[in-house]
Write a new protein. Structure first.
Length: 340
């Protein structure tokens, strides 16, 4: 067997494994999704869910379709957006630390949202719009500050960490003198929360993903080329800076819309891609497994936060508790390897 045939066979095996992993993740999401609709203070038998979702009436139908369903759908969409965004950042910059909640994008959304809440008493869609604008503006600022001489993974991460630290200080300052009620409202939002999510949160996020996810998948080949290095990518005929900028814009937009819908749910974008890569068994895992992993992480985290900790907590508490140890482990191993 020639070398070309060996490579082709390995790619086929990798593609098959990625499809199998994606199918298993999708099934797991459906199972957790159904359980999240059925379990609660008002339990609903799993067998009754299809009828309730297809036009049932009464208290059970209201609880499922108006209270639990939009929350669960928001969780799936937010997780998919964060998972895809994290995968784009980490693969594009070839840096495991490059996720929107580490390099300052979600801190930008948080700062803008806290300004809207504390200074203007905003709530609901206005806070979401402010968070979206803050994330996009922060992403553009980080890009402009780090693009001198070309974008490099660690430079962008360091600039993003610095920008994020400044924005975190702004949030802390505002929280120290804000009215107690407004500060509490801001704190709940900053934790990352799916409580009270309705269809008004689902619709704009779903519309954004209908546009952004196909764009991300359509640029998968460019992403693979850029992972090989700028010189190799240019040799393959890619417009390096144009392709990188387009992918960064998509990644920032995904994180911005997800943060606007549910707040900065901690570490979902950071851990989704590494988990998906381990499951698929290679560094070239597609974006779909990362998106599905993110959706599953948020759904599971929200279920645990609602039902398994004694009292209802924001989903960000659970995802933060899972993601923070991984970040510390990653920093420790990178330090031993001499990369930081």
């Amino acid at each position: 067997m020639s070398a070309v045939e060996v490579v082709a066979a390995a790619r086929r095996r990798g593609a098959v494994r990625a499809r199998v992993v994606s199918a298993v993740l999708a099934i797991a999401i459906v199972v957790v999704f159904a359980v999240s609709l059925a379990v609660g203070d008002f339990p609903v038998p799993l067998g009754d869910l299809p009828g309730l979702l297809l036009g049932g009436e009464g208290r059970a139908a209201y609880v499922v379709t108006e209270l639990r369903l939009p929350r669960a759908v928001t969780g799936v969409l937010v997780g998919a957006a964060f998972g895809t965004s994290g995968a784009l950042f980490q693969r594009l910059l070839r840096n495991p630390l490059a996720s929107p909640d580490v390099i300052g994008v979600t801190q930008g959304a948080s700062a803008a949202a806290v300004v809207a809440i504390v200074l203007f008493g905003a709530a609901g869609p206005v806070v979401s719009a402010a968070a979206l604008a803050g994330a996009l503006l922060t992403g553009a600022t980080i890009y402009l500050l780090s693009r001198r001489g070309g974008i490099h993974g660690y430079r962008l991460v360091l600039v993003g960490v610095g920008v994020g630290a400044v924005l975190t200080s702004v949030v802390s300052y505002l929280m120290t003198w804000a009215d107690v009620t407004l500060a509490q409202q801001a704190l709940v939002w900053l934790t990352g929360n799916l409580n009270g999510r309705g269809w008004d949160h689902v619709v704009p996020l779903a519309a954004a993903l209908v546009v952004l996810l196909p764009l991300a998948l359509g640029r998968s080949r460019a992403l693979m080329g850029l992972q090989l290095g700028d010189d190799t990518a240019a040799g393959l005929g890619l417009h390096v800076e144009r392709s990188r900028l387009a992918l960064l814009v998509i990644a920032v937009a995904l994180a911005a819309f997800a943060t606007a819908a549910a707040g900065p749910v901690a570490f979902v974008a950071f851990v989704a891609n590494p988990i998906a890569t381990r499951l698929v068994g290679g560094a070239r895992a597609g974006l779909v497994p990362a998106a599905l992993t993110g959706a599953l992480v948020v759904l599971l985290g929200d279920f645990v936060a609602q039902h398994l900790l004694g009292e209802q907590l924001p989903v960000g508490v659970v995802t933060g508790a899972v993601g923070a140890p991984y970040l510390l482990w990653l920093l420790a191993t990178a330090n031993r390897a001499g990369r930081v």
